[in-house]
Each structure stands twice: as C-alpha cells, then as structure tokens.
Design a protein around this ligand. Structure first.
Ligand code: ATP
Length: 132
C-alpha cells in the first residue's frame, strides 16, 4: 500500500516524522481525509486530534491549531503546539481545564473569554487524545 510521509512540527521542534497510509484531521472548514496522491492544498487546522493510520494501527496527535500542507507524497503539519498521545501529561491538562472553566464561570470583566475558551479547547483535546 502507498504511503505518505507525515511531519508534525511546532515552534519548539519536531514532534513526529513517519510514513502512514492516511491522515484524518479537522480543518477550519471541515474534516479532511488525506490519502497518497492527494491534490496539493494548504488549510488552517482547528484544535483537534490528528489521526495517522497505517496497516498495523494508528497514532494520534493532539494539535492546538496551525496549518496543514498537503503534497502528493507528503503531509506537513505546522502546529502552534502538538503532543503525541503518549506524551500528554493528563494531570497538567486537567489543571488547565479546571483553570479555564473557572475563568469562564467568573464574572470578572477582565477575563478574556475567547482566550479562556481556547485554553479549555486545548485542554479538552489533550484529555480526549490521552484517553483515546
Ligand atoms: P498549560 O496552561 O498547561 O501551559 P496550554 O494549552 O496553555 O496549557 P500550550 O501553550 O498549548 O499550553 O503549550 C505550551 C507547551 O507545553 C507546548 O510545548 C505543549 O506541547 C506543552 N504542553 C501543554 N500542555 C501539555 C500537556 N498536558 N502535556 C504535555 N505537554 C503539554
């Protein structure tokens, strides 16, 4: 079966480079499923799981937004931050979730609601990916 070379890179460095049969991810205008020989495209990604499939299983990466670039034999994900399921610190993500929820509940006018909502989305995505 044909494969794609997938790389996930963040400002802190490379998170993953490997060959897979299919990439599933969520772009801002919908779900994308990418197989080898896909037409070239660039798309902004939402905060969500990126699923990387191959014959003997699947790797899942929590991606906190960024860009996807597709070429026929290559998928590059340039992420704001990204963690493989195994690298997620569940306790940290729980704390981040609680912090964001408290901020969203508070009546303090100084709270930046959009920012707290994004932090909550990042934390929930990490918790979902860690638990699969
Ligand atoms: P926190 O409030 O816990 O820092 P955050 O969503 O603000 O969470 P980011 O700004 O997205 O964190 O990421 C900062 C760095 O910390 C990145 O390198 C990211 O991969 C890493 N990181 C954040 N949360 C976790 C986690 N729960 N497990 C592992 N790495 C994490």
């Amino acid at each position: 079966m044909k494969t794609l070379t997938v790389s996930v890179v963040t400002p802190d460095g490379e998170v993953l480079v490997d060959d897979y049969n299919m990439v599933s991810c969520k772009a801002e205008n919908g779900e994308l499923g990418i197989l080898p020989n896909h037409i070239p495209l660039v798309a902004p990604l939402t905060i969500d799981a990126v699923r990387l499939k191959r014959d003997n299983g699947e790797d899942i990466v929590a991606v906190s937004g960024g860009f996807l670039e597709v070429r026929p034999d290559k998928v590059s994900i340039l992420a704001r931050s990204a963690e493989k399921a195994i690298d997620i610190d569940v306790e940290r993500a729980e704390q981040a979730r609680k912090r964001a929820e408290e901020l969203l509940k508070s009546k303090d006018a100084k709270v930046d609601e959009a920012r707290a909502r994004m932090a909550l989305n990042r934390a929930m995505n990490r918790l979902n990916v860690a638990n699969r």
